[in-house]
Structures are given as C-alpha cells and as structure tokens.
Design a protein around this ligand. Structure first.
Ligand SMILES: NC(=O)c1ccc[n+]([C@@H]2O[C@H](COP(=O)([O-])OP(=O)(O)OC[C@H]3O[C@@H](n4cnc5c(N)ncnc54)[C@H](OP(=O)(O)O)[C@@H]3O)[C@@H](O)[C@H]2O)c1
Length: 224
C-alpha cells in the first residue's frame, strides 16, 4: 500500500521518499516508478536511525506510515515476544517516526497512519493485532488535536487487501482466504493496494479532513 501510494503521489507531481528496511527491495520499487523517487533504509523500530534519517529529510509536506508487522495467534498462545514486536513495528515505530519528522513537516501538511478493520471488528486469533490497531487510531485522533493548526492527522483503516503481507502463505491457502473473506463482503472481493492509496491521497489533500479513521474495507464493518 505504501508503494501504491507513492505511485499515485508521483503521478500527481509529488517528490517521494520511500523508506523501509530492505534497501534492495526499495531500489527495485523505486526503479519501477516513473518519477522523482528517492529511497532510504530505515527501520522504524530503531529510534537512532529514524532520528538521523528525519534530520536529513529537509522540508516534508506529507508523512504516510504504512510500515508494520502483524502477529496472529490465539490469545493464550501468542508469544509475548511476538506481541511486543508487533507493538514496536505497528505503534511505537510510527509514534517515534511522527515525533522525529514533525519538526520538518510543512504547516498545512498531513500525517496518515494505518490501522486496520480488526480494531472495531476483532476476530479470534487476531485479538492482539486488533488492540494495536485501536491504539493507532487513538494516536491519530489525539495527534489531530495536539497538532491542530500545524498539520492534519488521519488514520487509514483497510480491510483485507491483496498485498505482499500475505506473500509467505502458500498460494492455494492465500487465494482461498481471499475468496472466503472477499466473498463475505458487500463488494464480494478483497481490496487492491491502489484502492487504499486513493484514500491516502484524499487524506493528504482534503484540507477539511482531520482526526478521521477512513474505513476502506469493502464493507467489512457492516457485513453480516
Ligand atoms: N494487507 C491487509 O490485508 C491489511 C489489512 C488491514 C490493515 N493492514 C495494514 O495496512 C498497512 C499496510 O499493509 P500492507 O499490506 O501494505 O503491508 P506490507 O505489504 O507487508 O508492507 C509493509 C511494508 O512495511 C515495511 N516495514 C515493515 N516493518 C518495518 C519497519 N520496522 N521499519 C520500516 N519498514 C517496515 C516492509 O518492508 P521491509 O520488510 O523491507 O522493511 C513493507 O514494505 C499496515 O499497517 C497493515 O497492518 C493491512
């Protein structure tokens, strides 16, 4: 979804910096986008690295943080280490990244964070992830208040979207999951990354939108 957002933003004339942990992957993604794209290897859970990277960014108009990792497992079985790693990657990393980039954010700019449908439609086996998503939404709403007058802050909450997040699953199981969950939604299918990217661009550009959680989920929250 980060890559799809970069593609759309570049198409609208933005200069984009893509940051994640794997430099090789970043270069491959950047070279596939026709436009002004630079890359930086940054692990959001490495506070010193985030600080150093942010200090070299220069002026930034919009910050979008889609980086995360998710841990699944039944409540009693999920190892505490996995829970902590998810909290680090999905909540603390974004928190620190916002704090460090904030001094370089233009007045009138925006911040977009990512939660997910599980915050308000939890499911067995993903209770920890749902709780972390809820924390991200609360962070976005709190920051919208605290940073009012400087930047707008919103949270994108995707439903199931076919992305590399599921690349480690065997293909048959993955397609079965997409068919099963997609089939249960009002739209009858799972989402595509560019559909989420469209919502991110809206959050970046709509000056009246702040403190919102944008549900882009194919109707997941209202399904039976
Ligand atoms: N896909 C879905 O069905 C779904 C549903 C609900 C919510 N969401 C949420 O939507 C957001 C985007 O999801 P996605 O499907 O696009 O995920 P994705 O395909 O797994 O991409 C996540 C990106 O984050 C980077 N990343 C992970 N940990 C990082 C870290 N500590 N520091 C820096 N970069 C890191 C990864 O690159 P490297 O590994 O190279 O660092 C990867 O490029 C996430 O917050 C996810 O939880 C997704």
């Amino acid at each position: 979804m980060g890559k799809a957002t970069a593609e759309l933003a570049v198409g609208l004339g933005a200069r984009v910096t893509l940051a994640s942990r794997n430099q090789e992957k970043l270069h491959a993604v950047a070279s596939a986008i026709d436009g002004d794209v630079s890359v930086a290897a940054v692990d959001t859970t490495d506070e010193a690295r985030v600080k150093a990277w942010a200090a070299g960014l220069g002026q930034v108009d919009h910050l979008v943080i889609s980086a995360s990792s998710a841990a699944h497992g039944a409540f009693s079985d999920l190892p505490t280490g996995d829970l902590r790693a998810m909290l680090e990657a999905k909540f603390i990393g974004p928190y620190v990244t916002v704090r460090e980039v904030l001094p370089y954010l233009s007045e009138g700019g925006s911040i977009s964070l990512f939660s997910g449908v599980l915050s308000r439609r939890p499911s067995a086996g993903a209770t920890g992830l749902g709780a972390v998503n809820a924390a991200v939404e609360a962070l976005a709403k709190g920051l919208a208040q605290e940073l009012a007058g400087k930047v707008r802050v919103n949270c994108i909450s995707p439903g199931m979207v076919a992305t590399e997040a599921y690349a480690d699953m065997p293909e048959e199981a993955r397609e079965g999951m997409y068919a099963q969950i997609g089939g249960s939604l009002p739209v009858g299918r799972v989402g595509q990354a560019h559909e989420i990217a469209q919502a991110v661009i809206m959050a970046m550009t709509n000056g009246f939108l702040t403190g919102s959680v944008l549900d882009v989920d194919g109707g997941h929250l209202v399904r039976g």
